[in-house]
Design a protein around this ligand. Sequence first.
Ligand code: FES
Length: 112
Amino acid sequence: MAAGEVLLGAVEQIPTGEGRTFRVGELEIAVFHTAEEQVYATQALCPHRQGPLADGLLGGTTLMCPLHDRTFDLKSGCGTSHEHLGLVTYPAWVVDGQIWVRPEPVQAEAAE
Ligand code: FES
């Protein structure tokens, strides 16, 4: 484990196709477990009106916010329905069934 990497626990705690919110220090991070057995981490609240992103609908790596249906690509954080809305993402990965996250934000590139 390198400095700054945080263990969130077993990947099984997040059913495939769903997300969960974790507190990492002062941060709230939404972690998603896709049907393809990948994990992705983003800011917990939607940039539109603070919807709880972990409760959103996941299809592949596209996340739909539960409040007003804005969609985001989990890989890039880019908004796919409203391109000016992007998510902060965090590096996340699984080793031996355990989720790790590095709580260093990666801001989505604003669409031109
Ligand atoms: S709060 Fe997420 S789309 Fe409105």
